[in-house]
Design a protein around this ligand. Structure first.
Ligand SMILES: Cc1cc2nc3c(=O)[nH]c(=O)nc-3n(C[C@H](O)[C@H](O)[C@H](O)COP(=O)(O)OP(=O)(O)OC[C@H]3O[C@@H](n4cnc5c(N)ncnc54)[C@H](O)[C@@H]3O)c2cc1C
Length: 260
């Protein structure tokens, strides 16, 4: 099997993690259960002792139009999807340019911005076990029950790229920090905002090493330089504890934490 050494301090959006040998899956998925499959590591915090890691090979980096549907490979970066849709005047993917990641990660997380989610126009996914239709997948706010590698996803093809939507998403993003992070750290609890709760318990801006919940957007856990996994975890656990004690609300992580 092919491997590649990846330095997660460069690769991950958090800019945290050591250098690890990562397995590359192409056609034989018989060993996949022994690995944690990553996309672009934009929603993942890599621990000091992560499980064995894997990625999909470049074979899964493609976009094609067939049978009136858009077929996108699991390893296709979101920026490439956005550019393709703009170039070919395709609707409903304008928000993707603001969601860093690869197609597999976007679908697994049901990534989105407000009511615009990747599942909205999904038809089916292809895994090593075959094609699975959208109606056979359980999904919700930033979650799915997908337990297989996503090799491809197919979407309803509609024409009419909307530049107004691009501008709207750009505006929505303007209050978010550009410091390394993995986007929202916690899911918003029903009827409330994780950022409001973090601020209310006095954690907005509190530095732990080089990590803090951003002054700009309290639900963004940011790395101000040489942030460490331990400091990120301290802040995550402290936020969960304080919010539970003060508001009786359990904050659920949106980010994926990889530590054995
Ligand atoms: C600045 C910033 C802003 C962000 N804003 C948003 C936002 O507004 N909305 C939002 O939803 N997200 C946001 N995110 C998070 C991120 O963009 C999404 O979660 C994205 O889907 C992550 O994709 P990835 O490829 O990097 O996934 P990774 O972090 O690599 O993996 C995430 C999960 O997906 C699984 N996975 C990855 N690839 C596959 C595959 N091929 N098959 C099966 N499972 C797979 C992994 O096992 C893991 O559980 C933001 C992130 C950043 C850094």
């Amino acid at each position: 099997m092919q491997t590649k050494r990846i330095n997660f301090k460069n690769y991950s959006s958090f800019k945290i993690g050591a250098s690890h040998e990562v397995f590359i899956f192409e056609d034989d998925f018989s060993q996949i259960d022994n690995y944690f499959l990553l996309g672009a590591c934009n929603n993942t915090l890599i621990g000091n002792n992560p499980p064995p890691l894997a990625i999909l090979s470049k074979k899964y980096d493609y976009i094609k139009i067939e049978n009136n549907a858009l077929h996108i490979g699991g390893a296709t970066p979101s920026g490439k999807i956005a550019s393709f849709c703009k170039k070919h005047d395709i609707a409903n993917f304008e928000f993707v340019s603001h969601l860093p990641g690869k197609l597999g990660g976007l679908v697994y997380m049901n990534a989105g911005l407000k009511e615009f989610e990747i599942f909205n126009h999904l038809l089916n996914i292809t895994t090593p076990k075959g094609v699975k239709q959208k109606q056979d997948i359980s999904y919700g706010y930033r979650k799915t029950d997908i337990s297989e590698p996503i090799l491809e996803a197919s979407f309803d093809l509609r024409y009419g790229f909307d530049i107004e939507k691009v501008n709207m998403f750009k505006k929505m993003r303007s209050n978010q920090p550009s410091t390394p992070s993995a986007g929202s750290c916690f899911k918003n609890p029903q009827g409330d905002y994780a950022g409001r709760l973090i601020e209310a318990v006095g954690l907005k801006g509190l530095m732990r090493g080089d990590m803090c919940f951003s002054e700009q957007h309290a639900n963004f856990l940011v790395n101000n330089g040489d942030g460490k996994f331990e400091d990120a975890m301290w802040l995550i656990k402290e936020a969960q504890k304080r919010v539970l004690d003060e508001f009786d609300i359990t904050l659920e992580c949106e980010i994926v934490i990889l530590e054995t």
